[in-house]
Design a protein around this ligand. Structure first.
Ligand code: TAP
Length: 481
């Protein structure tokens, strides 16, 4: 039986007055796993008012860091007791493999622990600014934080926002993507069993154009923190101008993965596969443009294509599956359209390119790992974010050309360099205009390290101390001695 999800406002679970409901599907087989409400504009405004009143009451915003840390640790503990369930729900709702979902669930719980720990760190500075003046710099919560997240990491992207926003003392409204609300609902059910005061955390399911837009436009929201596409990020920024709320944006990418002749070939091939096929390429930091130096180009492509063809695609619950499903039919069709465009543009389809509809996958949304070679820098498949298991491989001559090609994009989210020469690797990575980079690896991420992009990949950073700063105001207090 599909579970009926509810909105969570002021510590109460409630139905929406909207007559329509959203069927939540498992993209591996189109089974209906839940029915979600669609919050209306009025319900969204109500949740914002509740969050505002709760913030102003001081019931959470004025608690000591130690008291807030205690609640964050309660949430972490609750999540840890339910890791298997969270992973299972994430796999079913998003289509990723169970192994990927397990890793997300563990990272999400750990994020609460990390921010609880940060609350024990010194907060602020003091200067003797004149003989008779002391200046204290303190951090304060911002107020109401509107948190809007996408479908590719429904749980982890939610927690990357919820944990630091609560740690900082804000009241929050979380809006998951309409098609993937299931793990967010579970986390709110767990938070409801902790000492988090009512009204501090509110959950709204519904569409971006109604719920998301209302949050972005509201004069009672003090920060909107958004992860999603660059196009929607731009419209959120425009909507936020009414009260000039702070805007934090984690957007798309088209990240370069640069492989030099002197790279450890097997390592480079394996990380370049992981770089794009993890999460079926539906990952903002995917290494979707592989740049290979001419001396090893042919050997690299031969090995890469052989291994890409061998990737086992299948439903997430099958332990042998290495790559899961595409999140929805609509998104699968977008990706297949890009594959068609690539061929029309004259790129060589070295492997993949088709939907998989066999071996029990007939009802699911699966696409073969797809590799294009002989591409040029002006092709759409090289310039636009496809957000699927599709990678392009380009040849370069020397360091200068590699850097130029790597940076020839409007995005600046991630990038990597593979070489045994550490000096060269560092020289090149320092010139890659991106916020998240790797040398001789890919995709590994750590809660301490700031996550975010240059150029049109975003504004601001998640995670680390930077992630907490994002949800805080900074005040100076000048005390006459
Ligand atoms: P979007 O279509 O941009 O949706 C993201 C969220 O914004 C969803 O909750 C969506 O709601 C909502 N939304 C849509 N229109 C809105 C509006 N006018 N106002 C306010 N909110 C609105 O992205 P997606 O397709 O879910 O996710 C894929 C994109 O996210 C990719 O570009 C990817 O690179 C990016 N991404 C970036 C990162 C980082 S850290 N940089 C991480 C993950 C994903 P509904 O869809 O429910 O209507």
């Amino acid at each position: 039986m599909a579970e009926n999800l509810k909105l969570y406002i002021n510590g109460e679970w409630m139905d929406s007055s909207h007559p329509e409901k959203q069927e939540i599907l498992n993209p591996a087989n189109q089974e209906v796993i839940a029915i979600a409400p669609k919050a209306t504009k009025e319900e969204t405004e109500k949740a914002i008012q509740i969050a505002k009143e709760t913030f102003e009451s001081g019931i959470w915003s004025e608690r000591t860091p130690r008291e807030r840390a205690k609640v964050l640790l309660q949430i972490a503990e609750k999540m840890e007791e339910h890791l298997d369930e969270l992973a299972e729900l994430e796999m079913k709702n998003n289509g990723k493999t169970l192994r990927e979902a397990q890793s997300d669930a563990a990272d999400a719980a750990h994020t609460f622990r990390y921010y609880a720990g940060l609350l024990n760190q010194p907060n602020g500075q003091t200067y003797q600014t004149a003989e008779d003046m002391e200046t204290k710099i303190v951090k304060e919560p911002m107020g109401v934080a509107g948190l809007i997240v996408p479908w590719n990491f429904p749980l982890l992207m939610s927690i990357w926002k919820v944990a630091p926003a609560l740690a900082a003392g804000n009241s929050i409204i979380l809006k998951p993507a309409e098609i993937t609300p299931v793990t967010a609902a579970k986390v709110f059910e767990l938070m409801d069993q902790t000492d988090l005061p009512k009204g501090v955390a509110n959950l709204l399911m519904g569409s971006g154009s109604v719920v998301g837009q209302t949050i972005a436009e509201s004069h009672d929201v003090d920060i909107v923190s958004f992860t999603g596409s660059t196009g929607v990020g731009r419209s959120i920024m425009q909507a936020a101008t009414g009260n000039l709320k702070k805007v934090s944006l984690e957007l798309g990418g088209k990240s370069p993965n640069i492989i030099f002749d002197d790279a450890e070939l097997e390592t480079a091939v394996d990380y370049a596969l992981f770089g794009i096929f993890m999460g079926a390429g539906q990952v903002c930091s995917s290494g979707s443009r592989i740049l290979v130096q001419e001396g090893i180009y042919d050997e690299f492509v031969a090995k890469y294509v052989e291994k890409a063809k061998a990737i086992k695609v299948g439903p997430g619950h099958d332990e042998s599956s290495q790559m899961g499903a595409i999140v929805s039919k609509k998104h699968m069709e977008n990706i297949l359209e890009y594959i068609r465009i690539g061929q029309e543009e004259g790129a060589v389809l070295a492997c993949g390119g088709r939907r998989i509809e066999r071996d029990g996958m007939e009802q699911g949304f699966f696409i073969e790992p797809t590799v294009f070679t002989d591409v040029s820098g002006d092709m759409r498949i090289v310039r636009e974010e496809i957000f699927g298991p599709v990678v392009t491989i380009q040849k370069f001559e020397d360091e200068e050309e590699a850097i130029h090609t790597a940076n020839d994009t409007e995005f600046g989210l991630a990038g990597a360099v593979f070489s045994k020469d550490q000096n060269k690797a560092m020289r090149v990575i320092n010139k890659v205009r991106a916020g998240i980079t790797w040398v001789n690896s890919y995709h590994l991420s750590y809660v301490q390290a700031p996550w975010g992009g240059y150029k049109q990949s975003g504004i601001g950073r998640s995670l680390g101390t930077y992630g907490l700063d994002e949800y805080q105001e900074t005040k100076q207090i000048n005390v006459s001695l």
